[in-house]
Design a protein around this ligand. Structure first.
Ligand code: GLN
Length: 229
């Protein structure tokens, strides 16, 4: 019988939780429950072992610069598994600080450069002129999204042929003040500056739930085949 438990890895839940993004995980849990699935949510924190392929969904929420410097020291341990997971097209959502750390680096306000996972070719820099804070609205492939942003980092794609924005701005800044785009979609990795939480937008939440259930099916079939050998 197919497993009805969806496993979610919440990266550094205890440290990257300043902006209420745990609401995203709660919405996913609620939508899955409506479809008869239960969820197991594991906080993967400093020093914890982690294999992304043991999970149906990886979530990485926003955090302040200080917490980002702390976890950046632990993060390289997970580079290999997350690189493969993202490149294989498995579902992951990175919000703000969590989004930034999937790229090459984030140069902060104090001039410190926080090394990211360097999985996708984009970088983030603090620019003294403004903190981007306020309501956002943008058009995504799933329709309009309304959210709230609160960040100093400005994100720029280094390989625009490989990376596609999540949406086109209607209101607010998104990735940076110049490009008028928000976030990133690469295979089934979604990076975004949207808090609110973003998944109160059910068009986006349902699209992610679909990705999760497809990967869950594949993961369960593989586990059953491995067992049969
Ligand atoms: N500390 C980062 C910045 O200010 C991320 C903020 C966040 O996650 N909201 O850009």
């Amino acid at each position: 019988m197919a497993s009805k438990t969806i496993k979610i890895a919440y990266l550094y839940e205890d440290l990257m939780n300043t902006y209420g993004d745990s609401g995203d995980v709660k919405i996913i849990r609620f939508l899955l429950k409506k479809q008869g699935y239960s969820t197991q949510i594991d906080n993967i924190s400093l020093g914890d072992k982690f294999d992304a392929f043991d999970y149906d969904f990886v979530f990485f929420g926003g955090g302040q610069d200080f917490e980002q410097t702390v976890i950046a020291k632990d993060l390289p341990r997970h580079k290999e598994t997350l690189t493969k997971y993202i490149n294989d097209g498995k579902p992951m959502l990175g919000v703000c600080g969590g989004y930034q750390l999937v790229g090459t680096y984030y140069k902060t306000n104090s001039g410190v450069t926080i090394k990211g996972l360097d999985i996708l070719p984009f970088h983030t820099v603090f620019k003294a002129d403004k903190r981007m804070i306020g309501d956002t609205r943008y058009m995504s492939e799933w329709g309009e999204v309304r959210a709230f942003e609160n960040h100093s980092g400005q994100t720029y794609f280094d390989d625009p042929d490989k990376l596609h924005p999540l949406g086109t701005m209607i209101e607010g800044y998104g990735n940076n003040p110049q490009d008028h785009v928000e976030g990133l979609r690469y295979r089934n990795f979604i990076g975004t500056y949207s808090h609110g939480p973003i998944l109160k937008n059910l068009n986006v939440a349902n699209a992610i739930v679909k990705m999760i259930l497809e990967w869950h099916d594949e993961r369960m079939k593989k586990a059953a085949a491995d067992k049969a050998v």
